[in-house]
Design a protein around this ligand. Structure first.
Ligand SMILES: Cc1cc2nc3c(=O)[nH]c(=O)nc-3n(C[C@H](O)[C@H](O)[C@H](O)COP(=O)(O)OP(=O)(O)OC[C@H]3O[C@@H](n4cnc5c(N)ncnc54)[C@H](O)[C@@H]3O)c2cc1C
Length: 432
């Protein structure tokens, strides 16, 4: 049995509080516990928006002590590391040697294990795919079957990449990293009048951009002006300073986002990113824009709702005006609205595929929730796929309709975790 202590967890989006237990093994002898029969779930840095690494009466196995870089081959660009290592630590090691991870989500404290288990995406999924595309093998621990290694094509690998921790504990992994010419990038902003214009530009440029996405001010439902933000890595060496790596602690605050302040927030953000047009910035600053902005989450008071949905390209221009109609009908004002393009096939139950992804952040209140219930139906009718690890209220019905490979995943999971020992708030919510 793991040594444990009771713990109350709060999800980063501030929507979910749950009582569970936490164990943080600090050596393999303790991690490899074959006697544990209670419900458990792996935990990286706890930076998922939703309650994915915690559950009611569930023991979260925190992996922060397993944070060593095990090997690196400069010829092949293959790095092997323990699952608890953070992206920031990996980047600090790799950048001075002319390498970086191809896919990096937006906070330096996110762990390698969390990236694999959530099959995360970075700042240009068209060119870079999702995290699993760069993983060569992983080592998975399960109290029932012990330690096993799996590579692409094996059930261990396929179900654990984007398996949301439900197949076992990822102990370590081998990942192919990418050569990078320099440690800084130039940002260029292209103003756009609408989502459609942004979509067109993203389609033209995404295949060759180092990073690319768009930001929009959608505080008025029928106005969607904004910028396409594009970054090009420069052949400039030096140190890539990590200026703001403050830990992101989930905490609720006094609610400051409302229909008066949201337009002001958007105007301020527009001003901030406009000043970055043409700027040369260290890569970490571009990759992790929210690194020093823990207060952002607290501005929502009672939590934020993020909805991220991947919509087929040919349906996009008909889809977003319907979303605008729902925003008007429910009187909801998105705080952040952003587009990224994705390419490639669906992969298991993870957030991947071909299309344009829309991300919006809303205040967690009754109107926001009712709006998102209506949006779930629109997503399903449009062939959209919502990201289950971003939206804490996405239910099993919508998720099931949007995940054609769900049955296959459930079979693989049953083979790896026959008693359903691994579970979390997220798995309960999605019926996994
Ligand atoms: C500021 C910010 C920006 C973000 N930007 C992006 C982005 O651009 N793209 C994107 O895709 N996501 C993004 N995310 C979401 C984040 O990348 C994922 O939710 C990621 O999984 C969090 O990793 P973590 O180490 O915090 O894991 P946790 O939140 O602790 O866990 C996440 C999931 O992984 C599982 N897990 C973690 N470690 C292990 C392990 N060792 N073995 C087995 N299972 C494990 C957990 O059980 C859980 O299901 C962002 C989050 C934040 C807070």
């Amino acid at each position: 049995m793991y040594p444990r202590k009771p713990a109350q967890f709060l999800s980063i989006d501030g929507t979910t509080i749950v009582d569970g237990c936490l164990a943080e093994p600090d050596r393999y002898r303790v991690l490899y516990d074959r006697d544990e029969t209670n419900p458990i779930i792996g935990r990286g840095s706890g930076l998922s928006y939703v309650a994915a690494s915690m559950g009611k009466d569930v023991l979260s196995i925190g992996m922060r002590h397993f944070d060593r870089l095990l090997s690196f081959d400069t010829e092949t660009g293959i790095v092997e590391a323990e699952a608890g290592i953070s992206l920031g630590a990996l980047l600090r090691f790799l950048l001075p040697r002319g390498f970086m991870l191809a896919v990096m989500p937006g906070h330096p404290n996110i762990s390698l294990g969390g990236c694999i288990a959530a099959d995360v995406h970075g700042k240009n999924p068209v060119r870079d795919g999702t995290f699993r595309d760069h993983v060569l093998s992983l080592d998975l621990w399960h109290p029932r079957s012990g330690l096993r290694r799996g590579g692409p094509g094996s059930v261990i690998f396929d179900a654990s990449c984007g398996g949301y921790g439900l197949t076992g504990i990822i102990v370590s992994a081998r990942v192919r990293v990418r050569r990078v010419e320099g440690v800084k990038a130039r940002l260029n902003l292209t103003p756009v009048k609408s989502f459609d214009e942004a979509h067109e530009i993203l389609q033209q440029r995404a295949a060759s951009a180092d990073l690319i996405y768009s930001w929009h001010d959608w505080t008025k439902p029928n106005r969607t002006s904004g910028f396409v933000v594009e970054g090009a890595v420069l052949e400039e060496q030096g140190t890539a300073a990590f200026t703001r790596t403050a830990a992101l602690q989930p905490r609720r605050g006094f609610p400051l986002m409302n229909r008066v302040t949201i337009p002001l927030f958007n105007a301020a953000y527009r001003f901030k990113i406009l000043r970055q047009n043409g700027a040369v910035l260290p890569l970490p600053e571009i990759l992790f824009p929210l690194a020093g902005m823990g207060f952002y989450f607290r501005l929502y008071g009672n939590g934020l709702l993020e909805h991220q949905v991947l919509v087929p390209h040919d349906r996009w221009s008909a889809y977003w005006p319907k979303v605008a109609g729902l925003l008007s009908a429910y009187g909801v004002h998105p705080v952040v609205s952003s587009l990224k393009l994705f390419a490639g096939p669906r992969k298991g139950i993870s957030f991947a595929g071909d299309g344009v992804s829309l991300t919006i952040n809303l205040v967690n209140d009754r109107r926001g929730r009712e709006f998102l219930e209506a949006l779930d139906l629109l997503d399903c009718d449009t062939g959209g796929v919502a990201n289950p690890i971003k939206d804490s209220r996405l239910g099993k019905q919508a998720f099931g309709r949007q995940a054609p490979m769900l049955m296959q995943f459930m079979e693989q999971r049953a083979a790896l975790d026959p008693n359903g020992q691994f579970r979390s708030c997220m798995s309960e919510r999605l019926g996994l």
